[in-house]
Design a protein around this ligand. Structure first.
Ligand SMILES: Nc1ncnc2c1ncn2[C@@H]1O[C@H](COP(=O)(O)OP(=O)(O)OP(=O)(O)O)[C@@H](O)[C@H]1O
Ligand SMILES: [Mg+2]
Length: 555
């Protein structure tokens, strides 16, 4: 090989396994990955959205309608897709609901951005336009939102019901909404400025299988789902002094491995006596400080159980750490981790009552600081999905109580926002204007998908909705059951404004993050589908095509 030819060769600075995708191919690769993720969850949106069944590598099954749960459970191995999943996670952390909406909008923004890129509009212009539109959208949401009286329980219940519609919670949503609003009311305090502060730390969710969701309950205080360690213990204790113990009531083991060799029976007896004495001392200590009930996070030795029963003390072993932490608030106790130094001051005070049917204890504090929402469902899968739905609704009500701003759902807010953004676009100069318009179009994905999932014509629906909004009907949304356009606010489809703001902002930011990339340098194989390797080499997005198709197939 001649010297000259070698000089003409590109300098290789990356390892053989690494891959590089540039410019248009990089954009294509990223956009199709992001869209694949968004499309995977779209079919779950709204009251008529369907659920997904996810089976993990261990074979365990999750059945859910919750956007963030679907995306977390899907075994996604693609860097861009993971950025979109972060949108759902942020939405879950910040708002608790609206994860499907946020991801769907992000996907639609990228789809529309792709069209603009084809028209040779530079990514930075699109990014600028999206940013302007999202800032404007936040202002408009604030303008459109209705300020409510946060003590209006009827309206709070509606926000909870809207959030639970279309989920496992659907059939019992009225009853559950009542429990949820009451639960939030109990853990809400006013700060010095007169603002509502919802402290979800004081709210505990417990689940039980075996009965129907309609038999769920709100209890003042906490629950311990355990049995007494000994049959001869009292079952219920009123006005009890309660010890929360994070130490085993067992013989203390030495740190080092020891071997004790006994040469005559006396020695053995002495050894056993010593152990007995140690256990007796521990129980005496518990009795001395005046405890009537012990919830122990660790084990309790058989003999100690017997001593405790003799003292008439109710004891429970291997209680959940989270339960003890919650009980701390409920009965005003300290969790004791060294029994020897415990005093009467560490004890809490309250009533402990046994529910024989459900085989659990209710623990009520003097002036109960905490409440427990006991969710019931026939099977584990039912209860799990119920819990996810109730969690969303709790966040929604908590936000509404502290923020006080709500919006009309069923696509009403999205269509109104889109209209206003199109007006705003007129004031934006240059190519950014097109991006603002594309942003407006993307928001209208929500009513389109709501209609599509309900088996309605999405174009007709959008045309009707736009006409109503042009007519000044700000709260005109879709009744997914009749297919008519109606005032969804009046109909009780109400959502918190904060969640929508968050969804729009994080969708825009994620889209912009993806659009700014024009070069992907990967240390390993970029393709997720190894079978596509021949076509999916550097400079091609073949591997992603496989993924997009695969996930699209989930719809
Ligand atoms: N009765 C109803 N009629 C019309 N639209 C409704 C009704 N109830 C809820 N919606 C709409 O459904 C959408 C919410 O659907 P869904 O709860 O499935 O998704 P999400 O809240 O975005 O995500 P996730 O709940 O999975 O985190 C909102 O746009 C809401 O306005
Ligand atoms: Mg929801």
């Amino acid at each position: 090989m001649s010297q000259r030819m070698q000089q003409g060769q590109p300098m290789i600075v990356m390892s053989e396994d690494s891959q590089r995708v540039k410019d248009k191919d990089a954009q294509d690769y990223n956009i199709s990955a992001a869209r694949a993720v968004a499309e995977a969850v779209r079919s779950t949106l709204g009251p008529k959205g369907m659920d997904k069944m996810l089976v993990d590598s261990m074979g365990s099954v999750t059945i859910t309608n919750d956007g963030v749960t679907i995306l977390k459970e899907m075994d996604i191995d693609n860097p861009t897709a993971e950025m979109i999943i972060e949108v759902a996670e942020t939405q879950e952390d910040e708002a608790g609901d609206g994860t499907t909406t946020a991801v769907a909008i992000a996907g639609e923004l990228l789809k529309n951005a792709e069209d603009l890129l084809e028209q040779d509009i530079h990514p930075t212009a699109i990014i600028k336009g999206f940013h302007l539109a999202s800032e404007q959208a936040r202002q408009e949401i604030d303008d459109i939102a209705t300020d409510i009286d946060t003590s209006d329980e009827e309206l709070l219940r509606k926000t909870a019901e809207t959030s639970m519609t279309g989920k496992g919670t659907e059939v019992n949503k009225e009853y559950l909404a009542e429990l949820i609003v009451e639960a939030i009311r109990q853990v809400t305090v006013e700060d010095e400025n007169g603002d509502n502060v919802v402290d979800l730390e004081f709210l505990n969710i417990e689940t039980q299988t075996g009965r129907s969701a309609g038999e769920s309950d709100l209890l003042e205080g906490g629950i311990v789902d355990k049995d007494p360690v000994h049959d001869n213990m009292p079952n219920s204790v009123e006005d009890a002094d309660i010890l929360l113990l994070d130490e085993a009531i067992e013989v203390e083991e030495t740190d080092v491995d020891t071997e004790v060799s006994v040469t005559d029976p006396d020695q053995l007896q002495k050894f056993l006596d010593r152990e007995e004495k140690q256990l007796q001392e521990k129980v005496d200590k518990i009795a001395d400080i005046g405890a009537d009930v012990v919830f122990c996070q660790k084990g309790i030795d058989d003999l100690a159980q017997h001593y405790l029963a003799k003292e008439g003390i109710l004891a429970v072993r291997r209680a959940k750490k989270s339960d003890l932490e919650f009980l701390q608030e409920v009965v005003g106790a300290a969790i004791v981790s060294d029994l020897e130094s415990a005093t009467a001051d560490d004890l809490g005070f309250g009533d402990v009552t046994r529910d024989e049917e459900d085989e659990l204890f209710y623990v009520e504090g003097e002036d109960a600081h905490g409440v427990t929402l006991l969710l019931r469902g026939s099977t584990d899968h039912v209860v799990d999905e119920l819990e996810r739905g109730v969690n969303d609704a709790l966040d929604v009500v908590a936000q509404t109580v502290s923020d006080g701003r709500v919006l009309a759902g069923g696509g009403a807010i999205e269509v109104e926002l889109a209209g206003r953004l199109r007006d705003y676009a007129d004031s934006v100069s240059g190519r950014e204007q097109l991006a603002v318009e594309a942003f407006a179009d993307s928001l209208e994905l929500v009513p389109r998908v709501l209609a599509g999932n309900a088996g309605l014509d999405s174009i007709d629906t959008l045309v009707d909705l736009r006409a109503a909004h042009d007519d000044g009907q700000i709260t005109a949304g879709l009744n997914v059951f009749s297919g008519d356009v109606e005032d969804t606010f009046e109909a009780g489809v109400v959502e918190p404004a904060h969640a929508k703001e968050q969804a729009v902002t994080s969708a825009a930011e994620a889209a912009n993050l993806v659009l700014k990339i024009d070069d992907i340098i990967s240390a390993g194989d970029l393709s997720t589908d190894k079978g596509d390797d021949e076509e999916g080499g550097p400079g091609g997005a073949g591997g992603m095509g496989g993924m997009g198709g695969g996930m699209g197939g989930m719809m």
